[in-house]
Design a protein around this ligand. Sequence first.
Ligand code: TXA
Ligand code: MG
Length: 319
Amino acid sequence: MKQLLCRKEGIKKAAKIIKSGGLVAFPTETVYGLGADAFNPRAVARIFEVKNRPRFDPIIVHIADFSETERLWSYIDKRAEKLMERFWPGPITLALPKSDIVPDIVTAGLSTVAVRMPSHPVALNLIKEAGTPIAAPSANPFGYLSPTSAEHVREQLGDKIEFVLDGGRCPVGVESTVLSLAGKKPLLLRPGGIAIEDIENVIGKVEIAPPTSARPQSPGQLPRHYSPRTHIKLLTGKSEREGKKVGLFAFTPPSQKEDYEVVEVLSSTGDLVEAAANLFSSLHRLDRAGLEVIYAEPVPEVGLGRAIMDRLRKAAGSS
Ligand code: TXA
Ligand code: MG
């Protein structure tokens, strides 16, 4: 009961800060977001400053009410309607042509705006209480691991923002799937919390955006991103071992643990949903362990495994 009350007060406080143009980190089902009032360009500009984020990077707008899409997007097509009905609230972000009221700083000058309705009750209540859509990237310094707990945020950005709203651990643990519906064919810009197979079941074939371009549509497409500070190497068949203090990032419990200083296991049963939920917190722990190298074991590339492998390749700078 006490916790519930505290949470209510926390949400009130956070909403007040958002309304007055401040920044708040808040939990979503995927990762923690660094939020500002989406209609306040000065507040949004501060997000870039705090994250040290390049200007070309557009920000997702979070809503708590379906009708908000009507003022954010200039049109809504059938595919978007179907996907919203099936997956919202939840970890999929849709990009469609923006309306004039969306500030350019939110979209980094793009003609589309990416919108999602998170399913985390704290996020939904915060957006409702603030009475405005909340623009929020993940609450990490640019290029670093996404935070899946309030503690991660405090460590990385705590002294730079007004408030961290603590909602415990993020249950999904990888960022939302980002899908562009601006063109004729649906285009996957970032694999994430909703598997591509499930999206295709609703709207048919989805194209996959090439990993890099000169001006990426989505920074999630940059080759090195979501990286820990420690060097990370993807294990291939027989990797040459380097370094003395070596950590293992394993999908399932390894047969040989002795060779490693620290071992993090994503799922004891090989469950990809559990693995995704543990992905960033395991990487954070390994990164804090003072290792020379982290060896990462690949996971099967089906369902959420695609999003996990995407993040691992980016953490290793190898895609
Ligand atoms: O799960 C998530 O999506 C989390 C939580 C906080 O909602 N947010 C998140 O935001 O991961 P961020 O900024 O770290 O990643 C958003 C991705 C970026 O790759 C960005 O370029 C892309 O979405 N994006 C945003 N707006 C876009 C747009 N209009 N067109 C294409 N890509 C866009
Ligand atoms: Mg991010």
